[in-house]
Design a protein around this ligand. Structure first.
Ligand code: TMP
Length: 236
């Protein structure tokens, strides 16, 4: 498979077309942004770590019956994925209060939610990714009722699979963001990435943050945290 033209450049990845119209190649960058691009920086080695961590977790999910866009890791930074049309939603799953949920509801970070919380945001940088509910999604025709049910069902299942898996390497999955896409056959599959950029990972014992919050909040040792996640998940 060969890269042809660049289709898209986002904040953390580039997407290229290939000689096969059913596949794309994603290329992960070291660039980091936060607060809708207001804060910019570089996290050395992040691209390669996020690529490898994402692929590792996508393979785990596939093995557990979740369809994903993952096809093949080409090298440290690049992966072949199925070409999909992204459903314009960020699906956020929360086990423990943190970040914007803590702010919105006045809950101290670290409080365990009595039930898993699912949120949707409309993917639109200009609007600042506003939170929406199922009524907005149906009214705006971003997904059908059947699709949104499937997306919610997959998201809860992904949460159980990842939480259990991460607990074994002493990581608590606090919350995370997913994106789904639709293949040309109309099948909903997990897309985008699952990495320290898009998840909150806390050490189960010390509660140390091992994710992008170290960059967002200037906590230092950002690269070390990404490296530590790679080490715990892939043993290096
Ligand atoms: P939040 O607490 O800031 O709403 O973030 C919830 C989760 O979603 C957290 O794990 C980080 C992730 N996330 C993204 O992946 N992309 C984003 O643009 C934002 C705001 C959060």
């Amino acid at each position: 498979m060969e890269k042809t033209t660049q289709m898209y450049e986002g904040k953390a990845k580039k997407v290229f077309a290939t000689n096969d119209p059913d596949y794309c190649i994603v290329s992960y960058k070291d660039d980091a942004t936060a607060f809708n691009g207001l804060k910019k920086g570089t996290i050395l080695g992040k691209g390669a770590i996020n690529n490898r961590v994402t692929n590792h977790l996508m393979r785990l999910l596939e093995k557990n019956g979740i369809p994903t866009h993952y096809v093949e890791e080409l090298n440290d930074r690049e992966t072949v994925v199925k070409r999909v049309k992204i459903v314009p939603l960020e699906v956020i799953v929360r086990n423990i209060a943190a970040g914007s949920l803590s702010k919105r509801l006045g809950l101290p970070e670290g409080v365990k939610m009595k039930r898993t919380v699912l949120e949707y945001c409309y993917k639109d940088d200009e609007l600042g990714d506003p939170m929406v509910n199922e009524y907005h999604i149906l009214a705006m025709e971003w997904a059908t009722e059947e699709e949104i049910k499937l997306i919610a069902d997959y998201s809860f299942r992904i949460n159980r699979i990842l939480s259990e898996y991460l607990r074994e390497v002493n990581i608590e999955l606090i919350d995370f963001k997913l994106e789904f896409g639709k293949t040309k056959e109309g099948k909903i599959v997990l897309a985008d990435e699952i990495s320290p950029d898009t998840c909150r990972f806390w050490d189960s014992t010390t509660h140390e943050k091992l994710d992008k919050d170290r960059f967002r909040r200037d906590l230092g040792h950002v690269e070390d945290a990404y490296q530590e996640i790679l080490r715990r998940l892939l043993g290096e």
